[in-house]
Design a protein around this ligand. Structure first.
Ligand SMILES: NC(=O)c1ccc[n+]([C@@H]2O[C@H](COP(=O)([O-])OP(=O)(O)OC[C@H]3O[C@@H](n4cnc5c(N)ncnc54)[C@H](OP(=O)(O)O)[C@@H]3O)[C@@H](O)[C@H]2O)c1
Length: 315
């Protein structure tokens, strides 16, 4: 494949999109679009985007990620999370473009006690998870040179996420109750973008063989797991030490005592064994990845308070 590839980043102001821009800077010319320039809910705009930019690589970091709101907006969520990925895949196939797409741990119902494998049967509990699963299946049906990375509990130094919500709430509240019976792997946008770059660069360099050897669906999360409560504890320990933030008193909460419009899986920890065996890529443990985000917050002097979000839910 071509050197100096033309890269199209869709959703470049989202958490993952922002970090993809950093990781791929210098790899080739980048066209980065947001909702203002292209509305993925519009099929014609989505198709025209690829036809007019003619990219060698599409990195689709855009999605309808409001898990609770999706329950009351299933058609919009489906258009963005399922219809748009299908069109991107069709257009990618037409010109042999590499398509990278992200999906979610919420395709699973959470009933399995062990980490979920790519071969496990998805059974989403909510509209968001169903639309993301529909998007995965659409891309797989189209085929071609594609990678789908299922990830979980995404956060980073920027955007709307659990970490920044916790830091904001620390300034507003003296106590917080956080869900302690949902298990997952917090994963940073930084780790996701770096791992994506390593894999894409390797594919273009021919290190992973032909598309039949690497195209497919992979789990991609930071290593180890915790609950939202455990994640919050780790955040506040670092916030106190590095940002001088006063920690609120934390109390564990059961999911049944925190009703939300969208049901969430009890265990959505993903096994990353396939990613490691196929690409030799392993993301950091979530604890050291969290350290790296705090380093970024300290060095970027990022203001902690973010937009309002409930403390015990995720996207
Ligand atoms: N966040 C998580 O916890 C999580 C967990 C598992 C998987 N994932 C997956 O990881 C990927 C990246 O997630 P993220 O956390 O980076 O999401 P994010 O921060 O919410 O960013 C998503 C981006 O998509 C854009 N977008 C939404 N609707 C659009 C439309 N109609 N047209 C064009 N752009 C649109 C958003 O634009 P606006 O800012 O204008 O809305 C935003 O920039 C997604 O595929 C997501 O499903 C995320």
């Amino acid at each position: 494949m071509t050197s100096n590839p033309h890269i199209l980043i869709v959703g470049h102001v989202g958490q993952v999109g922002l970090e993809l821009q950093r990781s791929f800077a210098g790899f080739g010319p980048v066209t980065a679009v947001d909702r203002e320039s292209v509305d993925l809910a519009d099929a014609d705009q989505t198709r025209d985007l690829v036809r007019s930019t003619q990219p060698d690589i599409i990195l689709n970091a855009a999605a309808y990620t409001a898990v609770d709101r999706a329950e009351s907006e299933p058609a919009v969520a489906h258009a963005i999370n399922a219809q748009a990925p299908r069109i991107l895949a069709e257009e990618a196939l037409r010109r042999n473009t590499l398509l990278v797409h992200y999906s979610t741990d919420y395709v699973f119902n959470g009933s399995k006690p062990e980490p979920w494998l790519e071969t496990d049967e998805p059974a989403p509990l909510n509209v968001y998870g169903q639309t993301k699963l529909d998007g995965e299946q659409a891309i797989q049906q189209v085929g071609g040179r594609y990678l789908i990375f299922r990830t979980s509990w995404v956060y980073g130094p920027h955007g709307n996420n659990f970490l920044l919500t916790m830091l904001r709430l620390a300034c507003e509240r003296s106590s917080l109750s956080i869900v302690d019976d949902q298990f997952g792997s917090p994963t940073t946008s930084i780790e996701l973008a770096q791992a994506t770059f390593t894999i894409v660069e390797g594919i273009l360099a021919g290190r992973f063989g032909a598309p039949r050897d690497w195209a497919g669906l992979y789990h991609m999360t930071c290593a180890d797991s915790t609950t939202w409560f455990g994640f919050a504890q780790a955040i506040f320990a670092r916030a106190a030490a590095q940002l001088g933030v006063n920690s609120p008193a934390l109390a564990p909460l059961a999911t049944k005592d925190y009703p939300t419009p969208a049901q969430r899986p009890r265990n959505s920890v993903l096994s990353n064994a396939k990613l490691l065996s196929r690409f030799g890529v392993r993301l950091s443990p979530w604890q050291s990845a969290l350290d790296a985000v705090f380093q970024a917050l300290v060095s970027d002097n990022v203001a902690p308070p973010g937009p309002t979000q409930t403390p015990s839910t995720q996207k």
